[in-house]
Design a protein around this ligand. Structure first.
Ligand code: PMP
Length: 296
């Protein structure tokens, strides 16, 4: 699904077929989850494939690596250039790009000098689909920021996400909504969360969440469209009263939400700021001008 006989990857300075690549079973990342990664999308535009906010993603990768004491051997500029090469080699326009920085042999709990950098890409539909989602408040909290760097994209952090999504699906929901250690709504397992009430949008402040690049793009688009966004702490009970809600993430883009814990939101998705921002987001990533922007 992610690769076939023709797929080319970048691994440690070389271009090779995904089928011919191998890894060390004694990797510290495999045993303890100490690796860092990114999730990036490229889009087909009139000027060819564009990697959306490539610099911001690789700056976050650098930040994540620093926090985990990993010495990333490439600059942001080099990684951006390599990403465009990766797309070309795989003849990809609309794609999902996965940079992964993983470590060599080390069974101790100390930093590892041997660092590997993988860049791969594949075609991937919107991660959460196109239907409005039924959410449940997870029994799992997001990691306490005093237990790890919750704003770094570390492979091991995703065990928390896997538990939350699996629980939600088992209970018959589409996705989970996780609280922080104080009981306030934090984010989804792989996306940031916004809800709307009256003429404003609300989202959790930074501190207990991943600083999503899509979240930031929504701030920019909302500002351009004259929609107020308020960062504040709030509880699931506040969301039960919402007019609408959505997730934001590179893989999910802007994903509409129908209900939380069975409580349906007041407005039809089509009538919400979320739907407007979803359309504006797709225009932005595909470099379509606002003058072509039409709400459908
Ligand atoms: N929160 C979590 C936990 C995530 O995994 C992601 C996806 N990277 C996001 C939020 C959204 O981040 P971004 O918009 O940068 O993809």
């Amino acid at each position: 699904m992610y690769y076939n006989d023709k797929t080319t990857i970048f691994l440690d300075g070389k271009w090779l077929k995904a089928n011919d690549a191998s890894t060390d079973l004694y990797s510290q990342t495999l045993h303890y989850g100490a690796g860092v990664f990114e999730g990036i999308r490229s889009y087909e535009t009139e000027d060819g494939a564009m990697v959306f906010k490539a610099k911001e993603h690789y700056e976050r990768l650098q930040y994540s690596a620093e926090k985990m004491h990993i010495n990333l051997p490439y600059s942001v500029e080099e990684l951006v250039a390599l990403t465009y090469e990766l797309l070309e080699k795989n003849d990809l326009q609309n794609s999902y790009i996965r940079p992964l920085v993983y470590l060599g042999q080390n069974m101790s709990l100390q930093p590892t000098e041997e660092v590997h950098v993988l860049l791969c890409a594949w075609k991937w539909d919107r991660y959460l689909g196109d239907e409005q989602l039924k959410l449940m408040t997870s029994s799992f909290q997001r990691p306490n920021p005093k237990s790890c760097f919750v704003d770094a994209k570390v492979t091991g952090h995703y065990t928390n996400s896997i538990l939350a999504t699996t629980e939600a699906k088992k209970e018959g929901f589409d996705e989970a909504l996780l609280l922080d250690m104080n009981g306030f709504v934090a984010e989804g397992p792989g996306a940031n969360f916004f809800y709307e009430k009256g003429d404003k949008l609300y989202t959790a402040p930074l501190g207990n969440i991943l600083a999503g690049i899509t979240r930031q793009t929504i701030f920019e688009l909302a500002n351009e469209l004259g929609i107020d966004v308020v960062e504040k702490y709030f509880k699931p009970e506040d969301v039960y009263e919402a007019d609408g809600a959505f997730f934001t993430g590179t893989a999910a883009e802007v994903a509409g939400i129908k209900s939380l814990d069975g409580k349906k939101f007041n407005q039809k998705w089509e009538d919400t700021f979320g739907a407007l921002l979803s359309a504006a987001y797709l225009n932005r990533v595909q470099k379509k001008e606002y003058k072509n922007f039409e709400l459908v």
